[in-house]
Design a protein around this ligand. Sequence first.
Ligand SMILES: [Fe+2]
Length: 209
Amino acid sequence: MDNNRMGFKRYTQLPMPYKFDALEPHISKEIMEPHYSMNHKAYVDNANKFIERYEKVVAGEVKDYDIQGILRAITFNVNGHKLHARFWNNMAGEGKGGGKPGGKVGDLITSHYGSFDRFKQIFTEAANSMLGAGWTALCYDKETGNPQIMTIENHFMNKVAGAPVLALIDEWEHAFNMQYKTKRADYVAAWWNVVNWDDAEKVLEMVQG
Ligand SMILES: [Fe+2]
């Protein structure tokens, strides 16, 4: 094979931007610690495992492989990693999270939904009716300027391509079960107290340039 070929880079799990107990009482340390140290880490480890496998396929070192299986595993695990990385930054405790967004995100929401409360109602409806494991996200479509609520099934991005996520909630059972048991709606209600609108604002500013 071509020795000048660049290798495929591996993914890295960055440190948590706050302490595991920072989101209490809304999301407990007992959830946050394994969610980061086990669940998120597993996505990074598995993403790298499948990138390594893929690299061997590219290098011609593996003859018997399932390319669709490898690609699907890469997408699942890389998205699992990226979505969790966004999720940590998209929450804040100690009085910095929750409330209503100001700035461009606030304007974007009120100009399309009429009011923040109406947006919150629709987002909550979407989050509470999601089937199975996945995420509910507020995305921004630069083409139209629409702030679109979308459902990410599993970790597969069932959303408009190229529309970055401004805010999101992890609705996998591992994100709430230890604290909220089967009461996912209570967890969704609690999430509104920790969502970090300053982080959403940063992403929107970056996208709008
Ligand atoms: Fe998760």
